[in-house]
Design a protein around this ligand. Sequence first.
Ligand SMILES: [Zn+2]
Length: 286
Amino acid sequence: MKRRTIFIIAVIICLLAYLPQLAPEEPVPDRAEGTLMVEFLDVEQGDSALIHLPNGETMLIDAGERDQGEHVVATLQEQGITRLDYVIGTHPHTDHIGGLQEVIESFDIGEIYMPKKLHTTKTFENLLLAIRDKGLSVTSAKAGVTVLEDEGVFATFVAPQDTDYEELNDYSAVLRLTFGETSFLFTGDAEAVSEHEMLNSGQSLSADVLKVGHHGSTTSNTVAFLKAVSPTHAVISCGAGNDYGHPHKQILKRLSALKATVWRTDEQGKITVTSDGTTLTVTPEK
Ligand SMILES: [Zn+2]
């Protein structure tokens, strides 16, 4: 063989060896087609859950404090997400809606749901301005409102039931999401008053996966409510060494009495739950 031919062959072999590395990265984390995946993001002391629906649509519930916005946006962009079909701001506290302004500004947004409750903080006002500047509007999140119903997936609000509360936390939009035989309950920071109303409403509250109310605080998670939900998996979203002592020991005891497996973002980072409609798989980041 001529030297030149050998050189060309060598170049081709090198190119073939590098080819896999040049291929684009998998846009969405390992997920079988037609499954539902929920990522409880680690946003320190706050809440944020990213939901990949079986039909490819995406939903984001809360985005942590304002300084977590960048982290949430980066996490979504790393996965190739350019559009959020549904955005839910559970209630106007900054540890839930703080990062949403950056999210709204960074992605193509479908529908936005928030409870009908105004708040006078700059963070909340800036969020409303960002929504307005994009020509979007907010749909009221309240019990009975259905967010989606599609191919075995059903998402509806079970709270707030009322329009007037003493505690801002009780305005929390609580979403129950079901896929096949599996179910999830995202409670925001709904406290005992709202839990009591949800119980009295007669709606189904049972869920295989519970996003534990108010970062595992004793102001939420009453025994009766936890019994009604009866979760197999309980996810607590909170920051390591937070000022509130979340999660409270008493709540961890209640969850253990119900034989629920507790997952914590402060200790295990992002918690990923995948459902094929029948079986759930939980994968902690660490
Ligand atoms: Zn909170």
